[in-house]
Design a protein around this ligand. Structure first.
Ligand SMILES: Cc1cc2nc3c(=O)[nH]c(=O)nc-3n(C[C@H](O)[C@H](O)[C@H](O)COP(=O)(O)OP(=O)(O)OC[C@H]3O[C@@H](n4cnc5c(N)ncnc54)[C@H](O)[C@@H]3O)c2cc1C
Length: 301
């Protein structure tokens, strides 16, 4: 009897009997769809509403990969042609990152390097140069892939999403995004709050144990004293877990000296890990405060 090969095997069939495009990571298998080029965010919002099931697309890395795997949106609304959609600006107390801004633009932006140098430095370590040149920061956040690093880093900085829904613009804290909130939204920009002029905002990050987990720490400091410290555990759950570190009022030296204890307190009540990992859950729970402790010492230097 002839053996079925990868090439001769019939396409997988869904329970309803219809052929399903799965496990074929080639663009030749992508089902027909409408490609809609938005000229403005308002137009994109209208196009998304007029085409139920349509998805917004920035760099397209995830959208196209998912289509190769058999996801079949009837239409794709491309945001990359919207004038100024990739801009990074300084508005009031915020750094504003446009929805089409790519990783590389963020990492190399002179404005970001001047206003929040740690953000630029950390972003330059994400992914490969090819991915950084194509993938958008907002695409990384909205892809909802727990191992992606954007959500944890931006949640540590208290970033907010500006979203357009039904013609209305609203702002939503990234850390407040709920897992169950599945209604499609159109993000027009990310707002990252900056430190008060009298202080400094640090961002330090440990990605050495990805995809098991990653830890980010933001620290506001003025006159050598901690004003606020926020730790985020990424990759272990559907959404990053954000915790305050009880270091407020301490000097940097005190924070460094008490780092293991502060880290243990901050991560004392971690929810059960939910993302798949071959290792033991207890390991992730034990190592997360250790990474945070190291970051507290690093940020104190
Ligand atoms: C080989 C490879 C390596 C990678 N390595 C890393 C890594 O080391 N670290 C890391 O963090 N990431 C990594 N990534 C992920 C990468 O950063 C993301 O794929 C990329 O940022 C997605 O951006 P995009 O513009 O291509 O998104 P798209 O594919 O355009 O969109 C992604 C998702 O976001 C939605 N979306 C896009 N824009 C909007 C918007 N404005 N409003 C609402 N929804 C929107 C889309 O509908 C889709 O669901 C890697 C990816 C690849 C392929």
């Amino acid at each position: 009897m002839p053996q079925a090969s990868l090439f001769s095997a019939p396409p997988p069939v869904s329970p309803e009997g219809a052929p399903r495009l799965v496990a074929h990571r080639t663009r030749h298998r992508i089902a027909p769809f409408r490609f809609l080029r938005a000229e403005s965010f308002e137009a994109a919002d209208i196009l998304l509403r007029a085409n139920p099931g349509a998805v917004p697309m920035a760099g397209g890395l995830d959208v196209v990969n998912r289509m190769k795997e058999g996801v079949t949106p009837p239409a794709v609304v491309w945001l990359g042609a919207i004038p100024g959609a990739d801009a990074i600006t300084h508005e009031g107390d915020d750094l504003v990152i446009g929805a089409a801004c790519r990783h590389d633009q963020l990492a190399t932006s002179p404005l970001v390097q001047a206003l929040l140098p740690d953000l630029a430095a950390v972003w330059g370590r994400i992914a490969s140069s090819r991915i950084r040149a194509q993938g958008a920061v907002v695409g990384n956040v909205m892809a909802d892939v727990p191992a992606y690093e954007g959500p944890a880093l931006l949640a540590a900085l208290g970033a907010q999403l500006t979203v357009l829904a039904n013609g209305r613009s609203e702002t939503l804290a990234l850390a407040d995004r709920q897992e169950e909130a599945t209604a499609p939204v159109l993000v027009t920009a990310l707002r990252v709050p900056l430190a008060a002029p009298s202080g400094v905002r640090r961002l330090v990050y440990d990605r050495s144990l990805r995809p098991a987990l990653a830890v980010a720490l933001s620290l506001d400091v003025a006159d050598g004293q901690v004003l606020a410290a926020r730790a985020v555990l990424g990759a272990g759950h559907a959404r990053p877990v954000v915790r305050a570190v009880p270091a407020t009022g301490r000097t940097l030296g005190e924070m460094a000296a008490q780092a293991p204890d502060l880290a243990a307190q901050a991560f004392a009540d971690l929810p059960d890990f939910t993302t798949p990992w071959a290792g033991r859950t207890a390991y992730r729970r034990r190592v997360a405060p250790q990474l945070l402790s190291r970051l507290l010492k690093e940020a104190a230097r």
